[in-house]
Design a protein around this ligand. Structure first.
Ligand code: 9MR
Ligand code: 9MR
Length: 607
């Protein structure tokens, strides 16, 4: 943590009159702390001189006191920041408040097992997002019950001109792709993103197979004798399997190396190679989604848009290969027939990706997200790692150790960067890799975690996240970083990683310059109006708000493309580029790849 001297020094460089005029506020995790954890609150807008603070119990008696630690002007929040560290206070209780500079904080608790409910609600999100089945009041809560969305989804392929005028051939078959999780506030179901989300749930199970026994979650499969975590994961796994193209299918797709962007087109949009005929058997379609964007609100059972399969891609195929290989390992001994089905799908997908390594998503269709990725070396490595961990076969070992991603420095994973998922698997699951190789992989994960911990020094709110450049879904990104801290904690047993995770969760739950909990149902002021087509109370009073345990995408100062965000542009800095508005899909959507690491981390804390 920075001392007062450095804070004042920074103040001389960065002080802005606007920040200095803010009304003082105390930002704190609005649910509270476990007794033994680090306890940090942030005082915003109270100047740069140390101030006396008090900790009050429910009766208003001072049970602790101290002096603030001045940080000074903070570029991540735009505020002048001081900190209160009361980690030494460990007495369990309710209704605690902090008081400083004439301001009193929201009440919070100090209690053991604070994260159990959070983890359970965070994973209930996946039940709530299920497609193809009625959502039952008994498992979702009465307010969130609804008829099945896309109950019987048999879709054909997109054909004809896309948004850029490129013409696609379509296909002669239809696939029954009922099921899976809706991606987010929209009703698309995407292989890229479905893959990392499913992996994350399955990894939480693989890390702690006894942690989520039958009956531990609120889902219809409870009581079937199988871990509820496997049951929830299977809802998505089955869907991913359904998206695989039958053997023998030939189609025409742009296939080959990508070129430089065309003049007048954005740099991130490379030019696509010409169409070529490929053997597409075993590949996976990129997504099944609406032909056109539906309006909000739109409970899924009311969606009348045409549903289409979009062209197969190598990225989608490798997401299937990786997760089906992982699933084969985890369902073995639980449901051997299903495990075998997963493994055979994974092998077919791997072979198809080898045959067609450069079929990229073009992101040129309206009605759904792109999840386009022009760098697939990390997906190849991830799939090879899962296949190797499951089969031990030499061909996969060679693909793993021959990859530039093997034992390279890692950073947090994301939907377009999946190498760390492979590394986590190889570092934590027993394989035929030698000790030295495993130690090297572990060292890269630990080094990444240490780098993430260091980031706490670079921002006033002391969170394990970069100081500037908040992307779309920054809260999900932060949770993926926290997941790496959890992995390093498992590998080393060092307490510092837990402290880092606490500060990441503190930020989500209220220790942020918005003074808001980004998790619905948790905190005095929490997320109310996510960009979601069913949890859309602000557009239709008959619809519900979000159920508890849903994470907002969070502040985004780099891709402020929605109409609400556009209004905010230039008027906020990193952590304050956020608004709790249903229209703000670049700031306030929810998504399976964000709630998944959030769940992983909450479950880790509860462990
Ligand atoms: O509602 C859509 C949201 O789920 C997506 O994440 C987002 C980005 O792809 O797009 C939203 O849809 C908007 C579309 O992009 C442009 N027209 C208005 C749509 C509805 O808000
Ligand atoms: O999470 C995705 C983010 O990384 C991208 O920048 C953004 C724009 O392409 O899309 C996000 O994903 C959205 C997807 O395209 C459609 N469903 C909702 C997802 C979350 O907003």
């Amino acid at each position: 943590m920075r001392g007062m001297k450095m804070g004042l020094l920074a103040g001389m460089v960065l002080a802005s009159p606007a920040a200095a005029q803010q009304r003082a506020a105390i930002d704190i995790n609005q649910i509270g702390f476990e007794p033994g954890d680090v306890k940090l609150a942030v005082v915003r807008g109270a100047g740069t001189s140390p101030l006396p603070w008090q900790l009050l119990d429910a009766d208003g008696n001072a049970v602790g006191k101290g002096e603030t630690l001045v940080y000074g002007p903070d570029a991540s929040s735009g505020a002048v920041v001081q900190r209160i560290d009361f980690s030494g206070f460990r007495r369990a209780g309710q209704g605690y408040r902090l008081s400083v500079a004439g301001v009193t904080s929201d009440p919070f608790v100090i209690a053991p097992t604070l994260y159990k409910a959070l983890a359970r609600d965070a994973v209930n999100f996946f039940y709530q997002q299920r497609a193809g089945t009625p959502i039952d009041a008994r498992f979702a809560g009465a307010a969130w019950a609804r008829p099945a969305g896309h109950a019987h989804e048999v879709a054909g392929c997109f054909s004809g001109a896309d948004e850029r005028g490129t013409s696609w051939p379509g296909c002669t078959y239809k696939l029954d792709v009922t099921g899976g999780w809706y991606d987010a506030g929209d009703h698309g179901k995407y292989l890229v993103n479905g893959g990392i989300s499913l992996w994350t749930l399955l990894n939480a199970y693989e890390r702690r197979p006894k942690g989520f026994p039958d009956g531990s979650l609120r889902i219809p499969e409870s009581g079937n004798g199988v871990s509820d975590m496997l049951d929830e994961a299977r809802w998505e796994m089955e869907f991913l399997l359904r998206m695989q193209i039958p053997d023998g299918v030939r189609t025409r797709v742009p296939s080959g190396p990508l070129g430089a962007p065309k003049p007048g087109r954005p740099a991130w949009e490379p030019s696509f190679p010409p169409f070529a005929e490929i053997d597409a058997g075993g590949m996976a379609h990129q997504k099944v989604a609406d032909r056109s964007w539906t309006a909000l609100p739109m409970p899924p059972q009311n969606d009348r848009e045409e549903r289409l399969l979009y062209p197969p891609t190598t990225g989608a195929t490798l997401n299937l290969a990786a997760t089906a290989a992982q699933g084969a390992r985890l369902w073995r001994g639980v449901d051997d027939a299903f495990a075998a089905r997963c493994l055979s799908a994974a092998r077919r997908a791997w072979a198809a990706a080898q045959r067609n390594p450069r079929v990229y998503a073009t992101s040129s269709f309206t009605g759904s997200g792109g999840y386009g990725d022009s760098e697939l070396g990390d997906e190849f490595y991830w799939a090879a790692a899962e296949l190797y961990a499951t089969t031990g076969e030499d061909a996969f070992r060679k693909a793993v150790t021959g990859s530039p991603h093997f034992a390279e420095a890692v950073r947090a994973p994301g939907w377009s960067f999946t190498a760390p998922l492979g590394t986590i698997t190889l570092a934590t699951v027993k394989t035929g890799l030698g000790d030295a190789e495993v130690q090297k992989l572990r060292a890269t994960l630990i080094a990444a975690a240490d780098g993430i911990l260091e980031q706490r020094r670079q921002n006033g709110y002391a969170i394990p996240y970069k100081a500037q450049g908040y992307p779309w879904g920054s809260n999900g990104d932060l949770m993926n970083q926290a997941m790496l801290l959890g992995v390093a904690g498992d590998l080393t047993g060092a307490a510092k990683y837990r402290a880092g995770i606490v500060s990441a969760l503190d930020y989500l739950l209220g220790r942020n310059p918005m003074g808001t909990s980004y998790v619905s149902g948790y905190g005095t002021r929490s997320l109310q109006n996510p960009h979601h087509r069913f949890w859309a109370r602000s557009l239709d009073a008959k619809l519900p708000g979000p159920p508890p345990g849903v994470l907002s995408g969070g502040p985004n100062d780099t891709a402020m493309g929605d109409p609400v965000a556009m209004q905010l542009k230039g008027k906020c800095v990193a952590q304050t580029c956020w608004v709790d508005d249903i229209g703000a899909y670049a700031l306030n959507e929810v998504a399976i790849n964000w709630n998944a690491p959030f769940f992983w981390v909450a479950a880790w804390m509860d462990d």
